[in-house]
Ligand binder design. Sequence first.
Ligand SMILES: Cc1cc2nc3c(=O)[nH]c(=O)nc-3n(C[C@H](O)[C@H](O)[C@H](O)COP(=O)(O)OP(=O)(O)OC[C@H]3O[C@@H](n4cnc5c(N)ncnc54)[C@H](O)[C@@H]3O)c2cc1C
Length: 431
Amino acid sequence: MRAIIVGSGAGGATIARELSQKGMEVIILESGGHFKPFTRRLSWTEPLRKIGLMGNEKTITRLFPYLETTRSSEELVLVRGHGTGGSTVLSCGNMVRADEGLKEIGLNLDSEFQELEDLIGVKEFPKQRWRPLTQKMFQSAEKMGLEPQATPKAVDAMKCVSCGLCELGCANQSRWDSRRFLEDAIQNGAILKIKTPVKKVLLENGRVSGVEIKSGISSKAIYGDLVVLSAGGIGTAQILKASGLPAQDKLWTDIVLTLGGVAPGAKMLKEPPMVWYSQQKDYILSPYVDILSHWFHKPWKNVSINDRVGMMVKLADLEEGAVYENGKVHKEISQDDKQKLEVAVSLAREIMENSGVSGPYVKGMYNGGHLGGTVPLEKSDVGEMRPNYLPEGLWIGDLSLAPRSQGMPTILLTAALGLKVARKILEIEPK
Ligand SMILES: Cc1cc2nc3c(=O)[nH]c(=O)nc-3n(C[C@H](O)[C@H](O)[C@H](O)COP(=O)(O)OP(=O)(O)OC[C@H]3O[C@@H](n4cnc5c(N)ncnc54)[C@H](O)[C@@H]3O)c2cc1C
């Protein structure tokens, strides 16, 4: 039996590893190329940045094609990975158990979380290597009763050189990303085809028979017995809609807003981002220098990277974005989300002020990189781990399945959903 897996991020790579390990023939179709980290020094961008020549967030894709940005409304920029490893190669390596909205529909992922944490080797980043200001802000948050905690990380501290640029790819492979699972799958015999964008799913007599891929200026069919769409919350919805199949207008993104302040010589990039976090209702707060805002957001222009201090708010936003038939994405920031962000930002400011960070305090760009909810699981789907309206042989294996926004890191959640889906495939699909 041949399984076609579309996408090689957190979901796709986990499923490819599991199916290939159990002897299934697996072919992985990835629209991007082999990922390479950004290895140039940031300092060369500083003169351009100061005179406003960095342009807008689209520039980053020109410099670094694995990071794709899309404006889903005037205010909100969506970020996703495009290449082997998907968005995991851009991650800060945070690995938390987020399962908002799942226990409510009868889905418990605790054992998958545990299995993946053990496999990946999740640990906190040693406190003695946190920047002094980061430690101070942790203490301030503690005094304010915000119960901060060290972030579980997929970062090998022995190898990490504290460059602070996890999101531009880890140049010395100290941070885990899903290419490790992809390598395991290839070792097990799976075939990876890069630069192979899938356009739509092919059906025969109501059952999936393969996919149509873009090949130069034309199209080609690749046949298989089952297809798993793991192209992420946007990519999977685009393929479904192009195939005349439903995806729901329930896209969520976990909106990020970073409050910037100033502390001369803070050098926050000399540690991995987000070494601690404080979880509040609907959002987390975490120390973070937002590179997107540093490069492209005018209000952040006058402060150097060494003096910039940031506190991120990551909000569980309303699930109401849409991916259209033409592939375009629309997602606004609702008034409700804005109000929650204001409350969170004022707490962020208090933590920073109590730690001696000075102003001017400036908000960064609104962005979202946790793209989920477009094929949400419902209670009646949990038994088969598959929305029951999908044609036979078609599976979804990515964050699209998560019905609720998390306001928390989502790799572990996506991989756990992937693991569960893969095991259902092995159980249900005929050999
Ligand atoms: C900058 C950034 C930092 C992040 N940091 C963290 C973190 O520290 N911790 C955490 O838990 N989460 C983090 N996340 C979120 C996390 O990476 C994602 O939620 C997770 O990777 C989602 O997995 P996925 O499989 O749904 O999609 P992805 O990992 O995005 O994978 C989708 C794959 O599908 C491919 N694809 C898309 N369309 C097609 C097509 N038509 N044909 C073929 N292939 C296609 C893409 O190229 C990609 O490889 C971060 C996200 C971003 C953007």
